[in-house]
Design a protein around this ligand. Structure first.
Ligand SMILES: [Zn+2]
Length: 304
């Protein structure tokens, strides 16, 4: 049992300290950090000079023939609500799957950690497409676009890794980062490596296994919102696993250890050449990121 991870102070995690036991990644590969605070949304609209309340027009007192027009009342300017920042005050954790240094550090995949329902490797190398484009790079690039989109909508974004050349972090650490951040939503980004005939995305939802009991219902709502946004964006649901673009799994430590709403998304099958070409393109990743952000906005709207 390595339950100590959940008791590590958030400040240590956010400083990139190893959670417990031997470090799973070099100190230069800090896995955590707040990508951006949303700043003060109010600052954009409270700078108007205060104006006095309007008063009734004062009758002209000057003599006939020299009347001057009374100054029109100055309208009171109520601050307008911030526009285009529907995620202000919201914390979203973006969790790009795998890492570029994992393959060269087999200890990351050989070290077993407690995933609640089983012991599993703390992180893995991920798949790659037929051209050698690796999943860890896809998730990293998509995560960067998504983080920028979410920040533009006002969110505070926390990334679970800050380069594509590091090692890990372990699933346990990725989960602890999001839990410590009290995330409103966590999106774990992946692409699949299935038989070449398969294509399409699927969203992976949690099963209550104890530590995550309190987040399953919200995670299903998050999954539905993101699923529907991807469908609306024209991304096809999986034709090879799950049902209509959904699966539900109890073997993923990343879901089992989460106390905050969290889903995994497999955006496509990298072993399908046609789909792999889409996943490699920046335009497709931009479309995926837009759909994800739309889904988060919808989910948060439904939460109110
Ligand atoms: Zn993956």
């Amino acid at each position: 049992m390595r339950t100590c991870l959940l008791m590590v102070p958030a400040t240590l995690l956010l400083l990139g300290a190893a959670a417990c036991g031997s470090p799973a990644y070099p100190s230069s590969a800090s896995p955590t950090g707040v990508a951006s605070a949303s700043g003060s949304a109010a600052s954009a609209w409270v700078t108007a000079t205060p104006t006095p309340s309007p008063s009734p027009p004062t009758p002209a007192t000057s003599s006939p023939g020299t009347a001057t027009a009374a100054a029109p009342p100055t309208p009171a300017r109520a601050p307008a609500p911030p526009k285009g920042r529907p995620l202000a005050g919201i914390v979203v954790v973006v969790d790009p799957g795998h890492d570029g240094g994992n393959a060269a550090h087999p200890q990351i995949s050989q070290r077993l950690v407690n995933a609640v329902t089983m012991m599993k490797p703390c992180d893995s190398t991920g798949t790659q497409d037929g051209t050698g484009y690796p999943e860890h790079l896809f998730t990293w690039q998509l995560g960067q676009i998504l983080a920028a989109d979410l920040k533009a909508l006002g969110a505070t974004v926390v990334l679970t890794r800050h380069s594509d050349t590091g090692v890990g972090p372990c699933m346990t650490v990725r989960s602890a980062i999001a839990n410590a951040a009290h995330a409103d939503a966590v999106l774990t980004l992946h692409a699949d490596g299935a038989a070449a005939s398969g294509h399409g995305f699927h969203v992976i939802r949690p099963v209550p296994v104890g530590p995550n009991d309190g987040m399953v219902k919200a995670s299903f709502a998050l999954a539905a919102a993101v699923h529907d946004a991807l469908i609306s964006a024209g991304v096809p649901p999986s034709n090879y696993t799950g049902s209509a673009g959904y699966t539900t799994r109890s073997d993923l430590g990343g879901l089992n250890l989460s106390t905050v709403p969290k889903i995994f998304i497999e955006f496509g099958n990298m072993r399908n050449p046609t789909e792999a070409a889409k996943l490699r393109s920046t335009g497709y990743k931009r479309a995926l990121a837009t759909a994800l952000a739309d889904g988060v906005v919808t989910y948060l709207g439904s939460r109110k």
